[in-house]
Structures are given as C-alpha cells and as structure tokens.
Design a protein around this ligand. Structure first.
Ligand code: SAM
Length: 284
C-alpha cells in the first residue's frame, strides 16, 4: 500500500499513542465507564482509536461498539482486544467508518465521542451530519457525550500558542526507540472556527539517528451556545455541562467542556426499515 502523509502519520501516532503519558493517563475512563454502566443499552464510541476507553469499558461488563476512520488505529485496538479474556472480547465490536456518515443498523443507549473526536469535523455540514447519525442510532432518551476543549485566548489566536509546547517528556517505546512529543498551533482560522495544530514527534532511533516528524492536525472549536444550538437542531437537549471528569461546574480556567446531551426527539433523515423495527421493539 502506498504511504501517503496521512497514513504515515496514522502509523506513527498508532505506534506511539499508547506511550504518550498525556493520552494514556488521561483521567477520563471512570467518567465514560460510569455513563456506559448507567446506559439503558449498549454504548457506541465514535473515534475509538486504539481502545484506550473501549477496552476498559468492555472489561467493566458493558457491551460496546467502536467506530473509527483509521485502519491502523483499529488494527492496534484489535490486537489489544485479542489479548483480553473471551468475555471481554465478546462484548466489543469494531467498525471502520466515518462518524459524519454511518449506519450500523443498531441502536444504543449511549454514544460517546471522547478526547476531542468531534472537533476533527471541520465544517458545520459534517457536524450536523454526525449529530443526525448519532440521533438515529440512539434509543429515545439515549445520551450523547461530547468531550471538547473550551475556548480560551490561546485557542482564539494568542500568538504564544504558536510556540511548541511540551506534551510528553521522552519515553521509551517497546522496540527501544525514544520519543518526545510537542504541539503547537500553526495557523488560526477564526472565521471558520478552526485552528491548524502540529503534533511534533522527536524520535531517537536505536543507532542514534534523530528524526523530527510533524503532523498537521486541524481542530474545530465550539462555543457552548453554538454546541447547544447544533444539538437542538438535531433532536437533543443539553442536559449538563461539566468542566472536569469529576463533574465540576465549568469555570473560567476549566480544561474541558464535557457536554451530556439527551435525545428528545427523532431527527429527520433516512432510517432503514430494519432500524425502525428495532426501535419499535426497544420502545415497546
Ligand atoms: C484523539 S483520538 C481518541 C481515541 C480514543 N477515543 C481515546 O480517547 O483514546 C481521535 C480518534 O478519532 C478518529 N477520527 C478522526 N476523525 C474521525 C471521523 N471522521 N470518523 C471516525 N473517527 C475519526 C481518529 O482516527 C482517532 O482514532
């Protein structure tokens, strides 16, 4: 297979994702597993990546489907799942797909989009399409969790965000290479509500060769009122907003904007007959 910059990055990020302390030690698992346990049906995780949350969710006794656009991330997740006991493997299913356009012919009690996944959707059209798909895949009163970063001066164009920020100190990966990771904003697009970011890996190979690999990562940001309006248009109400995974109220300096939305009505759109039959059964 040819190696486009995109899939080279995917391979690289996959290889390193589970070593980056900011990713592996993100204190969000308990939060997501708590909602999965309380859900009135299986959980769908959009952008499940290497299974950082999906696998512990299945291990906690919840049935979970993970959808991701990246083959290498799913491959990694599959490899990790294979090392799990059978009862855990049986509770998890992985699907290659785009969160902005999917049809799984299954309904869920909870849909989650952890770790800024929704912010990979750069246009209003993709955002609405994703939320409509989510709506169609939820039971009545099912929940959606959006995990976003809040707007701050840095996000809105503070030039200090152009400087590289240390994200991960140097860590050793299984094959002996050492990696360090930084991030920076490389361009602001305030009218379109997104920024270009760069994820920068400094790799030290076993023979001493050094490599600097830059991956561009555009991310869209959302104001709370904007998110509320999008959700309302797609048949949801914003039930709660938290500023931390300990469910604190959002504050000026909160690092997260965690939105819990509840499905309050069906959203117009194409629904398969099989899905309609399933929904009728679930509602009766
Ligand atoms: C930051 S990772 C989060 C992975 C995992 N949820 C976690 O918390 O560790 C974001 C994931 O979203 C996936 N992703 C990005 N855009 C997507 C899309 N349009 N549809 C499905 N997955 C997408 C990426 O491939 C990546 O695995």
């Amino acid at each position: 297979m040819s190696s486009s910059p995109a899939n080279r990055y995917e391979r690289l990020l996959c290889e390193f994702y589970d070593y980056i302390p900011r990713c592996v030690a993100r204190p969000d698992r308990k939060f997501f597993i708590g909602y999965a346990r309380a859900a009135q049906g299986p959980t769908l995780e959009l952008g499940c990546g290497t299974g950082r949350i999906l696998i512990p969710t299945a291990a906690a006794g919840c049935t979970v489907v993970g959808l991701d656009l990246s083959r290498p991330m799913l491959k990694k997740c599959r490899e990790k799942l294979r090392r799990q006991p059978k009862r855990v493997r049986q509770r998890a299913r992985l699907v290659l797909g785009n969160m902005a356009a999917f049809n799984l012919d299954q309904t869920f009690g909870l849909v989650t989009i952890p770790y800024r996944g929704f912010q990979h959707l750069l246009t209003r059209r993709e955002q609405l399409s994703c939320l409509r798909c989510v709506n169609r895949h939820l039971f009545p009163k099912g929940k959606l969790i959006l995990d976003l970063f809040p707007i701050s001066p840095a996000v809105m164009g503070d030039p200090r965000a152009l400087q590289e920020e240390e994200v991960s100190p140097e860590v050793k990966v299984a094959d002996g290479r050492r990696i360090r990771m930084t991030m920076r904003a490389s361009a602001f697009h305030p009218r379109q509500h997104f920024n270009d970011y760069e994820t920068i890996f400094y790799v030290r190979h076993l023979g001493g060769r050094k490599q600097r690999v830059v991956q561009k990562l555009p991310l869209r940001y959302l104001f709370r009122a904007e998110a509320e309006q999008l959700l309302r248009r797609c048949g949801f109400r914003m039930a709660s907003v938290f500023g931390s995974f300990e469910k604190e109220q959002p504050k000026k300096n909160s690092r997260h904007m965690l939105i819990i939305a509840e499905k309050v009505r069906e959203c117009a759109g194409r629904t398969s007959n099989r899905m309609k039959r399933k929904r009728r059964r679930a509602a009766s």
